[in-house]
Design a binder for this molecule. Structure first.
Ligand code: SF4
Ligand code: SF4
Length: 342
């Protein structure tokens, strides 16, 4: 990886949707001509297991990076964080067209919960995540990457100046030269080796308050705690495919299932459901999220040959009176539209 270059990673959509592939290819072709950019293409970020070359490549990137994925930026950022690919979240003005309406201009910013934040040291670099579903044409992404490139250069200069100011005097050491580990080879073929589809929750630690309600609720051993008694997703692959039950239980909307059909569960900005203005609850009613979560969990218990437990286990009492949020309304809309089979 060359010093001073901005690494741009395109994470491909799962499947073979031609429109999505065309956007990825057009963007890649433009970025290859762009000075100051180092481009790589990997499969769908969410599916990368710990041994996939795409994941090892991401781990090897030392500096600032832009990740373009078919995921909400919040989902992509915390997914990377979970995999140890960490930094400060870069802000981008790029949003879906719906959010740029004049009507939206006066809306207050999304509410912010006092999360426990990521554990450990955060490297001094910035990670910008962009959602490839926001715009159909590649030009707007290209322009935004140019803007980010200029911002990253300024950030780099600031870091270098700070480093110079605090640089200790040079020390001459004598002895045998240390053996440098050879850098792994990343070829397009190994980077793009198709991974199997995966399904697991991702925690947004900027929102998670460590209340442990997800740990009590999940009866499949997915959650655990680390050495500092902080919640973590311990056994990713024990999660039940397609089930988002615990995300409905989390009081802070901190649990994300990046590939779920409903935007609120898939990591849309909290307090925003894609610019929808209508009161969906009036159209479809709205079920209690606890009841829905318990039903989803029961379905998985029964599939595993276990007894259903309904609302008798791991249901937080204080949440049963909570007013229904937009996530439930949107879920109802999506489910209703699904049932129309249009
Ligand atoms: S339920 Fe949500 S806020 Fe509570 S520990 Fe789990 S992820 Fe964090
Ligand atoms: S979706 Fe179900 S199985 Fe997966 S972590 Fe949540 S409660 Fe556990």
């Amino acid at each position: 990886m060359s010093k001073g270059k901005l690494t741009v990673v395109i994470s491909q959509a799962p499947g073979k949707n031609p429109a999505k592939r065309a956007l990825e290819e057009n963007l890649a072709a433009s970025l290859l001509m762009e000075p100051g950019i180092e481009l790589s293409i990997i499969p769908h970020l969410y599916d990368l297991g710990p041994d996939h070359t795409g994941r090892l490549f991401l781990e090897s990137i030392p500096g600032d990076m832009v990740v373009l994925a078919w995921l909400f930026p919040r989902a992509a950022f915390w997914l990377l964080d979970r995999d140890g690919i960490r930094g400060t979240e870069g802000q981008s003005p790029l949003h879906p067209k719906a959010e740029k309406d004049d009507e939206d201009a006066d809306e207050p910013p999304p509410e912010k919960a006092p999360g426990i934040g990521p554990v450990g040291e955060i490297p001094d670099r910035t990670i910008w995540c962009l959602d490839l579903r926001d715009h159909a044409g590649h030009q707007i992404y290209l322009e935004e990457i140019r803007r980010i490139g200029a911002e990253a250069a300024l950030l780099r200069e600031g870091r270098q100046a700070a480093k110079q100011a605090t640089k200790p005097p040079a020390v001459i050491t004598l002895g045998l030269p240390t053996q440098k580990k050879p850098a792994p080879e990343f070829t397009p073929e190994t980077l793009l080796a198709p991974p199997s589809r995966r399904w697991y929750p991702v925690i947004d630690y900027s929102r998670c308050t460590n209340c442990m309600e997800c740990l009590d609720f999940c009866l499949f051993g997915v959650y655990g705690v680390d050495g500092l008694d902080r919640i973590l997703v311990e056994n990713q692959d024990s999660c039940k495919k397609g089930c988002p039950a615990c995300s409905r239980v989390c009081p802070e909307q901190a649990i994300i299932f990046p590939d779920y059909k409903s935007a609120a569960i898939a990591g849309a900005p909290v307090g925003n459901i894609g610019g929808l203005k209508i009161d969906l609850s009036k159209l479809f009613g709205g079920e209690d999220p606890m009841v829905v979560a318990a039903q989803e969990r029961d379905r998985e218990l029964v599939r595993d040959g276990r007894d259903a437990v309904g609302l008798a286990v791991g249901i937080p009492k204080r949440q049963t009176d909570k007013p229904k949020g937009p996530r439930d309304e949107l879920d109802s809309l999506v489910d209703a539209l699904d049932s129309l089979d249009i």
